[in-house]
Design a protein. Structure first.
Ligand code: URA
Length: 232
């Protein structure tokens, strides 16, 4: 437990001794050790994905942390050449603590399967690590707070290719307000990484009309992946 926290506890204990418990505070010294272990800067020094996850999973930097059941860091192959980035955890992900484990996740597994990729071949994560209420769109301050974690994840994984799943992931990663239609069927460069944009798997659950375009995107992805593998 940090010195700062110890000093705060001491201060409030002294106040209660002096003024009684009517200072209006419930003093809970049983706060989980982990909850107080988050340091807003230390995580930047993480040398591995595991270390990063351990350092940020108790994050309370935005209001979403108050309602979450699980912090959804990401999952898959930490050495993957391809990283899929979604928007934010939904109810199933919040319950289980892993990305894309609900219906949209089953669809993503099928999409990967269509180009002979397994979930263990790739890494999957989201722009936000905590579920927004009622799955609403992420707010700008939530994105600003959480995006640095994703950037650090990408620095540690060093993938060759990033696939943005849906408009929000694409706009946040590419720092643009262009529409998904404008962003699809192109390759972008982000540092050393190639970035492509495709439909969110949940969109395919809502309308089968997106399937053929997604299939075209996946063929493009497989082609670049094979090219990269061929060069390695
Ligand atoms: N939708 C997302 O964008 N991410 C998930 O992890 C699940 C559903």
């Amino acid at each position: 437990m940090s010195d700062v926290f110890d000093n705060l506890v001491l201060f409030f204990e002294q106040q209660i001794e002096l003024y009684g418990n009517d200072i209006g505070l419930i003093l809970d010294t049983t706060i989980d050790e982990q909850q107080s272990s988050f340091s807003p800067l230390a995580w930047q020094e993480s040398a591995s994905l595991h270390e990063l996850e351990q350092t940020i999973k108790t994050c309370q930097q935005c209001a979403l942390s108050q309602a979450r059941n699980k912090f959804v860091f990401g999952g898959g192959n930490p050495q993957a050449d391809i990283v899929f980035v979604g928007e934010a955890p939904g109810a199933d992900e919040d319950r289980i603590g892993l990305p894309f484990v609900g219906r949209a996740g089953d669809m993503l597994t099928k999409i990967l399967d269509s180009i002979q990729l397994k979930r263990t071949d790739v890494y999957i994560c989201n722009i936000l690590k905590c579920r927004p209420p009622q799955n609403r769109d992420p707010l700008p301050d939530e994105i600003a707070t959480c995006k640095p974690y994703l950037v650090k994840q990408l620095q540690l994984i060093q993938p060759k290719i990033i696939v943005c799943l849906g408009r929000i992931a694409a706009q946040v990663l590419l720092e643009t307000s262009d529409s998904l239609t404008q962003l699809r069927a192109r390759w972008f460069s982000l540092n050393e990484m190639k970035v492509m944009v495709t439909y969110h798997p949940a969109a395919l659950l809502r309308s089968t009309g997106y399937k053929s375009a997604t299939w075209e995107d996946m063929k493009r992805l497989r082609q670049l992946y094979d090219d990269i593998k061929g060069q390695a």
